[in-house]
Design a protein around this ligand. Structure first.
Ligand code: LLP
Length: 474
């Protein structure tokens, strides 16, 4: 591996230093968005986890998700340690695996002593196959199937019950021997807090008009029912989640206070709530002007609000849970693409096309999300062009970045889009029958494959050709 140095030269000739850990020494704006271990090596190439990105692309192909193990483990520890520092009661951080669910990611977060939040039988299956114990897993979803419920209780998971239909299904399962050996079922109740926050409409969940959770205005009926069914339900906790990519701290503090009120109300029905889960939602920095609170800045006031409310109300401190996804994994990963065709429309714009697009990153077309990119083999070449990065799909909206500032590029250059760890692979598709990219985990100069690139055979793995449609070979 070529030797590395963390310094480069800016367009104006002055030195800058890449972001390292919590140091805020970055001068070049784009590079502050890279994973913690990012460096520029002697070849002027981007290196992550001690691996030259251009070499990774030669070895594993492109597009390629590159996940920095150091960044992921650091974020896990920041959450865990912040709760230890600011909360006197017990705490558990759950990784919201919908952000990126695969065997390796589940195994890493579990090895950092985090639990896992899963949102379907498939995510649950993956977590269990990665070696995570059921008692560390919490199952979500606003429409869990019977099979998912049975799978969860038989795996020893906690079910975060979302609605009356699910409560009734569980009662029925308990009585019909569906999973009667597991009763009482360990559950939490998800309540809609009626708290609004500033984020994209599609990823706001806390407002009253939401498909998730029980109506907080009907808590009496809910708590009465759950307490009457104490042979079916071991209701240990309450859960709420207000949305995603949130930069404000106040909504989570309001939520924390509200949840203690709910806990107190549950107690009046004889339900002893020992766990409060305040959900996830902390935003990350996708572009230079994004300024989210740090993990510690997010955790601290939540702990303080809960401690104070419990102290004031003479209540024992519940175990405090949260379930971040994006802020654990979002900035740990970049996607490397090969640049191919380009098209310049004089006076209008220049398009540069890459070998992936909306199938490996559907966030720009879905939420108008903005990303930044660097060119991995031209890290200190001055930024001289404003270009639009297009994907390769048959869809005009398949644009990854509008007006990206890049050095002059040519076919074969490696474009790296930053901040692609959260909700990229997990929302990827095979649109236009593009095989999904590979993913590698990098650290200490080594790269390990964690997702194999899909092949054309993989694309037709589930296809069935009825006999009558088969070409008669005679
Ligand atoms: N807990 C629950 C119940 C959730 O629904 C979510 C995210 C989380 C935790 C984790 O939230 P986070 O810490 O990642 O913000 N696909 C969208 C994001 C959807 C979020 C869904 N729920 C995107 O790409 O922005």
């Amino acid at each position: 591996m070529v030797s590395t140095h963390p310094a480069g030269v800016q367009e104006n000739g002055s030195k800058y230093i890449l972001s390292q850990g919590n140091q805020k020494e970055t001068v070049s704006p784009n590079q502050s968005l890279l994973p913690l271990s990012a460096k520029i090596n002697d070849r002027d190439h981007l290196e992550i986890g001690g691996c030259d990105v251009t070499t990774l692309v030669k070895q594993f192909g492109s597009p390629l998700y590159i996940l920095d193990e150091e960044s992921l483990r650091t974020a896990c520890r920041q959450y865990r340690d912040s709760f230890k520092q600011y909360y006197q009661g017990e705490s558990t951080v759950l990784y919201a695996s919908k952000a990126w669910n695969c065997l390796a990611v589940c195994a890493i977060v579990a090895s950092e002593d985090l639990g896992i939040d899963v949102a379907s039988g498939g995510e649950l299956y993956t977590a269990i196959q990665s070696g995570v114990n059921g008692d560390k897993i919490y199952l979500h979803s606003n429409n869990k199937s019977r099979e998912e419920l049975i799978f969860a209780v038989e795996s020893g998971c906690t079910i975060v019950v979302d609605n009356w239909y699910e409560l009734n299904t569980l009662v029925e399962l308990a009585s019909k021997n569906g999973s009667s050996s597991c009763v009482p079922y360990r559950i939490m109740l998800r309540l809609t807090p009626g708290i609004d926050c500033h984020t994209h409409d599609y990823i706001r969940t806390g407002q009253l008009d939401s498909k998730f959770g029980f109506d907080p205005n009907a808590l009496d009926d809910l708590f009465a029912f759950v307490s009457e069914q104490s042979s079916v339900f071991n209701c240990v906790g309450l859960h709420a989640h207000i949305g995603s990519q949130i930069f404000e701290k106040q909504p989570h503090q309001d939520l924390a206070a509200l949840m203690v009120e709910w806990l107190r109300k549950a107690a009046t029905y004889g339900i002893n709530i020992s766990e409060l889960n305040v959900g996830g939602g902390l935003g990350i920095k996708y572009i230079e002007s994004d300024d989210p609170p740090s993990i510690e800045e997010w955790v601290k006031p939540i702990c303080q609000v809960i401690e104070k409310a419990c102290l004031d109300g003479n209540l024992p401190l519940p175990k405090l849970l949260c379930e971040p996804g994006r802020s654990l994994i979002g900035t740990t990963c970049v996607t490397a693409y090969s640049i191919g065709a380009s098209k310049e429309i004089p006076g209008i714009r220049k398009y540069i096309a890459v070998d992936g697009g909306m199938s490996d990153n559907p966030r720009p077309i879905t939420y108008q999300s903005i990303y930044r990119a660097v060119v991995a083999n031209k890290m200190t070449v001055p930024l001289s062009e404003t270009v639009t990065i297009a994907g390769k799909h048959c869809e005009s909206g398949d644009i990854l970045i509008k007006d990206a500032q890049l050095p002059k590029t040519e076919a074969g250059d490696i474009l790296v889009v930053m901040g692609t760890g959260a909700y990229n692979y997990s929302m990827s598709s095979n649109y236009n029958r593009l095989p999904r990219p590979a993913a590698v985990l990098v650290g200490n100069g080594e790269a390990s494959l964690i997702l194999q690139r899909e092949s054309y055979q993989d694309l037709i793995r589930q296809d069935c050709l009825p006999e009558r449609l088969k070409k008669n070979e005679q």
